[in-house]
Design a protein around this ligand. Structure first.
Ligand code: ATP
Length: 395
C-alpha cells in the first residue's frame, strides 16, 4: 500500500508546540490561566478536563482562531502569535465535521489544496498562482483516501456516508494538507460508542504512521488514557498535571487529577494519621489500616493531622478470592455490601463501613451478596494520601 510518511520529502520538517505563560481572558472570565506546556515533535498530546476548563480555548489559540491575552505560542521554531491561522502550518479537525454537502468526497478533500495560492513575481492579477498542481492534489487525496479506507467512496456525497465515514473524510481533508501540527477538538464525540472506539484505534494507528505532532482535546478520560503519549489534565484554566497516562494513573499530583483519571473514580476517605507501635495507621474512624514502610515514611510529618486517604476501586479485593495482595490485619476490613453490579469479568460493588462509602471492582467470582457482609483487602502500596488544605498528594 502507498504510504504517506513524514520522514521523507519536502515536508519532513516537523514541529513541536510550546505554550509559554499563555493566558486568555474573556471579559472577566480567565479561560486559560498562565499555561506552560511543551509538546514534543511527533507527540500525541491530549488536553483533557471537565467542561469549561479551558481546553478548547487553548487549542483555538494554537490554531490562531483566538488571540492570546498574554504569553507566547511557538510552533516549530517561530513565535506564531501574530501569524494568521492559514500560515501556521496546522490542520484542524473538529467535532462537527462540516463537509460541503454539494461536493463529493474527492472534492471535499481536495478543496483546501485547490484554494491555496502562493505569490509570484508577476503584477496583479497574476501575482499569485495555485500552490498545488492537479497531479500533486490527486496524489495527496488518493494517498489519504487509501490510508483511511475511503477510496471506494470518493465519488459519494456526504449525505451518502455514515457518521464514521464523514469523520474520516474530515480527517482526510486535514491529512492532505500535510501540516506540521494536527489540532483536534473532540473529533469523535459525534460518533456512536462502538464507532468511537474503532475510530480511536484508527487515529492512533494513523498517528504512528504519520508521526505528526497532534494536540487532541477531549473531556473523556478514557479517550485521553488510550490515545495520549502524554496527557495534560486541565481544570479552571490551569494545567493540573502533565504526564504519561500510566504516571497520571499511578502518581496523581493532586486530588483533582486523582478523581478525574480512572473509572470508577478513586475512593476518597477523610482520615487522621496516627502512630502505633512504630507503625503509621490511617484512622478513618470506622476502620484503621496500616501504611507500608515506604508510604509511612512519606506520611510521617502528618502524624496527628487530618488527611484524605485514596484507594482505587480496582485496588480493593474480596478476601475470599485468591488475590495479588496477602491479607493482613493491617489491610483487611469488614464492610456491608450495598449494591452489586455485574459487568461480566468484574463486579462493581457499593460498600459501606458505617458512614464511609467505598466502590470496589471485584472479580466476578466473588460470592458477595447484597445486604451481607464482606471482608475486603486493600492494596495499601497502591493507596494515595492527600493534604486536605493544599489538595496536593503526600504520596
Ligand atoms: P467544553 O468541553 O465545554 O467545550 P472547554 O474546557 O473546552 O469546555 P472552553 O470552551 O475553553 O472550555 O471555555 C473556558 C471558559 O471560557 C468557560 O468558562 C467559557 O464559558 C469561557 N469562554 C469560552 N469562550 C468564550 C467567549 N467567546 N466569550 C466569553 N467566555 C468564553
Amino acid at each position: 500500500m502507498e504510504t504517506l510518511t513524514r520522514d521523507e520529502g519536502e515536508n519532513a520538517c516537523m514541529a513541536g508546540v510550546i505554550l509559554r505563560n499563555l493566558t486568555k481572558v474573556f471579559n472577566k472570565v480567565v479561560a486559560v490561566n498562565n499555561v506552560n506546556l511543551e509538546i514534543r515533535d511527533s507527540e500525541f498530546m491530549v488536553l483533557v478536563g471537565p467542561s469549561g476548563c479551558g481546553k478548547t480555548t487553548a487549542l483555538r489559540m494554537i490554531a490562531g482562531l483566538e488571540e492570546a491575552t498574554s504569553g507566547e505560542i511557538i510552533i516549530g521554531d517561530r513565535v506564531v502569535n501574530d501569524v494568521s491561522p492559514k500560515d501556521r502550518d496546522i490542520a484542524m479537525v473538529f467535532q462537527n465535521y462540516a463537509l460541503y454537502p454539494h461536493m463529493n468526497v474527492y472534492d471535499n478533500m481536495s478543496f483546501g489544496l485547490r484554494l491555496k495560492r502562493v505569490p509570484t513575481n508577476l503584477p496583479w492579477p497574476f501575482n499569485t498562482r495555485r500552490a498545488f498542481s492537479e497531479e500533486e492534489i490527486d496524489r495527496r487525496v488518493n494517498e489519504a483516501a487509501e490510508m483511511l479506507g475511503l477510496k471506494h467512496l470518493l465519488q459519494r456525497k456526504p449525505k451518502e456516508l455514515s457518521g464514521g465515514q464523514r469523520q474520516r473524510v474530515a480527517l482526510g481533508r486535514a491529512i492532505v494538507r500535510e501540516p506540521k501540527v494536527f489540532l483536534m477538538d473532540e473529533p469523535l464525540s459525534n460518533l456512536d460508542a462502538k464507532l468511537r472506539v474503532q475510530t480511536r484505534a484508527e487515529l492512533i494507528k494513523l498517528h504512528r504512521r504519520l508521526g505528526i505532532t497532534t494536540v487532541y482535546v477531549t473531556h473523556d478520560q478514557v479517550e485521553a488514557m488510550t490515545m495520549g503519549d502524554r496527557i495534560a489534565v486541565m481544570n479552571n484554566g490551569v494545567i493540573q498535571q502533565c504526564d504519561t497516562p500510566l504516571n497520571l494513573y499511578n502518581h496523581p499530583a493532586n486530588l483533582f487529577v486523582a478523581g478525574f483519571i480512572g473509572s470508577p473514580a478513586m475512593n476518597f476517605v477523610p482520615a487522621t494519621i496516627v502512630e502505633r507501635n512504630g507503625e503509621l495507621l490511617v484512622d478513618a474512624g470506622s476502620f484503621q489500616v496500616t501504611l507500608p514502610p515506604e508510604q509511612a515514611q512519606k506520611a510521617r510529618s502528618y502524624v496527628g493531622k487530618r488527611c484524605i486517604w485514596g484507594i482505587r476501586p480496582e485496588d480493593i479485593y474480596d478476601k475470599n478470592l485468591p488475590g495479588l495482595v496477602q491479607p493482613t490485619p493491617g489491610n483487611t476490613i469488614t464492610v456491608d455490601v450495598d449494591v452489586v453490579e455485574p459487568l461480566g469479568s468484574d463486579m462493581e460493588m457499593y460498600l459501606k463501613s458505617n458512614d464511609i462509602s467505598l466502590i470496589a471492582m471485584v472479580d466476578s467470582a466473588s460470592t458477595a451478596k447484597v445486604g451481607g457482609k464482606l471482608e475486603i483487602v486493600f492494596d495499601m502500596a497502591k493507596s494515595h494520601l492527600f493534604d486536605p488544605e493544599t489538595e496536593q498528594a503526600i504520596y
